[in-house]
Ligand binder design. Sequence first.
Ligand code: AMP
Length: 213
Amino acid sequence: MNIILLGPPGAGKGTQARKLVEERGMTQLSTGDMLRDAKESGTEMGKRVAGVMARGELVTDEIVIGLIEEKLEANPEGSFIFDGFPRTLAQADALEELLAKHGKSLDAVIEMRVDDEALVARITARSTCGDCGEVYNDQTKSWPADGKCANCGSTDQKRRADDNEDSLRTRLMAYYKQTSPLVGYYHCKGTLRPIDGMGSPDEVAGALAGELG
Ligand code: AMP
């Protein structure tokens, strides 16, 4: 099975992708994580995209399509969760071609619907474990008082450089302008499955499971 998690920043795509990896053995392909890794390891591409990401704009289609292509080629038997990709119509077309090339197809596009105010509140409160990727929220699931990640014991609590209000405004604008047309695109293709993303992670996971079967 191959699915897309579609939704604005803070919709909970990463949290749900992690659950699917654990529960169904699928492979998460997050272009945001791949770009952050490239930036942290100081590759040429990482240096090129750093400013664009910090401002909250989209990096070029060519770069992210190339990243996804590499991952598909490295794991031809995989069952994928596309998290944060595609984000433009050109990326959606490229994904369709890449999947076809590997004899795969898209089973569902899960549109996670969340109110704008909730997105801002979630994003400005979020942090993650730098080692295992566990996601925390200062209000609902705060980083443990002993300073250690509840999942792996690491003390590496990270906040994303682009999780600030300025960058978030640009990221939301990019979502509505460049990514939300994909809702209509996948609706026409018959693969769109909207779910309510406002509940707790477990509630949203239940709604997601209801769509995936
Ligand atoms: P994310 O972790 O998905 O919120 O992505 C963080 C940042 O990486 C975005 O604000 C963009 O600058 C960049 N990015 C991630 N995925 C894509 C994509 N599919 N297309 C263009 N830019 C992306």
